[in-house]
Design a binder for this molecule. Structure first.
Ligand code: AMP
Ligand code: MG
Length: 377
């Protein structure tokens, strides 16, 4: 048995009392979930504590979704604005019944096809769901995660679990237990380490309460997959024109905040590969001359294109091949965290093809950049 008590590093503030929370570290092989560790984690959740756990998308920070005090702790530990609602995780489709007022026909089809999986569906919420979970909205986002540890935990706890990504608000989402501990060690009761997550980006959030199903956040299930099933699916206008985001009052309230950001400034460089390669050289030279530590984040193809111009950044983060967007998705948040690891001040990234999971990748990059774009064309 492998239990290691990791002592807190940062005291957290719950209510008006400063409290210290040793974070219990529970490690398990995802293919063989450890029953004793699962029982411990389930017990903590049932008693109103916080447990971080792996899902196929990113690590989640779980609390009993029906216990307002437990839910409140999530917002405090993460420093999450309280107008940003949480996704509720369940183990079985039948578990959603008490949580919603209505199950539209389209939901039944989507649940059969995509659950367990990275698709969050927005339903009209029942009174059982605390307002803190829905951030005052009359809807609730629900999904079944496709990860053996997450599913085993939900079954052991026998409660719906509200779980946003297990990072400090605004930081890149965690794709490993190390990322979670870096942000939340000492602020949560336990973490289950089940290795790296497989999708690497969060779930797609789909609103099915209106006439036309609308994507509020692109994610692990792609637009193309949904269109094939639904015939017609819309993108929330705030996703298409991010600069209108605040004015349009996005229906996924979380979308209005800067997200996924390392400490370094991120800039997206737009243009053909040739144009971007040339521009990167001058951007690196100018910023290094100004005394900044400069990074480039790019595909391996861009590394090849850049040989002619030979830029010399302090760190070059290779995301993978542009022909393997799924692989890039799994590495993106680690890459953003690496910007801090290498103490970069400014990072320039190219754009990626906006097809399939590429839409979600570019959405996260635009959020990380806070809309900062340089045109190389
Ligand atoms: P996170 O759990 O940190 O990945 O964030 C959850 C995302 O789902 C945020 O962008 C929320 O705004 C969105 N979300 C959760 N519940 C709802 C809801 N009821 N209506 C609209 N968006 C939601
Ligand atoms: Mg998040």
């Amino acid at each position: 048995m492998h239990i290691l008590e990791i002592c807190y590093t940062i005291p957290s503030r719950w209510g008006d009392k400063m409290i210290k929370t040793p974070t219990r570290y529970l490690s398990m092989d995802p293919k063989l979930p450890n029953l004793s560790h699962l029982q411990q984690a389930a017990e903590i959740l049932r008693k109103g504590g916080l447990v971080a756990f792996p899902t196929e998308t990113v690590y989640g920070l779980g609390a009993d979704a029906l216990n307002p005090e437990a839910v409140e702790k999530i917002f405090i530990a993460k420093g999450r604005p309280n107008d940003n609602p949480l996704i509720v995780h369940v183990a079985n489709p039948k578990d959603i019944k008490p949580l919603v007022r209505k199950i539209p026909d389209v939901a039944t089809t989507l649940m059969e096809l995509f659950w367990p999986g990275p698709l969050t569906l927005i339903f009209p919420k029942s009174d059982l769901v605390p307002n803190s979970v829905s951030a005052g909205l009359d809807t609730v986002g629900i999904r079944i995660p496709a990860h053996p540890v997450a599913l085993a935990l939900l079954k052991a706890a026998r409660i719906p679990i509200a779980a946003p990504s297990a990072n400090l608000s605004g930081r890149p989402s965690p794709t490993s237990a190390t990322h979670v501990l870096k942000d939340l060690n000492g602020k949560i009761d336990a973490i289950i380490d089940g290795g790296k997550t497989s999708v690497g980006l969060e779930s797609t959030v789909l609103d099915i309460t209106g006439q036309v199903p609308t994507i509020l956040r692109p994610g692990g299930v792609t637009y193309e997959q949904l269109e094939e099933v639904l015939g017609h699916v819309e993108m929330d206008p705030a996703l298409i024109q991010p600069e209108l985001n605040a004015a349009l009052k996005p229906r996924a309230p979380g979308m209005k905040y800067t997200h996924y950001a390392p400490r370094a400034e991120i800039w997206i460089v737009v243009g053909t590969e040739e144009q971007v390669a040339k521009k990167l050289k001058s951007l690196v030279d100018e910023n290094r001359a100004a005394g900044k530590r400069v990074g480039i984040m790019s595909t391996e193809e861009m590394l090849f294109f850049s040989r002619e111009y030979n830029p010399n950044p302090d760190h070059w983060e290779i995301l993978g091949s542009k022909d393997d967007l799924t692989g890039i998705a799994t590495r993106l948040f680690q890459a953003l965290r690496n910007c801090d690891r290498y103490h970069l001040d400014i990072v320039f990234t190219q754009t990626l093809p906006e097809t399939g999971i590429g839409v979600a990748i570019m959405n996260r990059l635009h959020k990380a950049a806070g809309g900062k774009i340089i045109r190389a064309n």
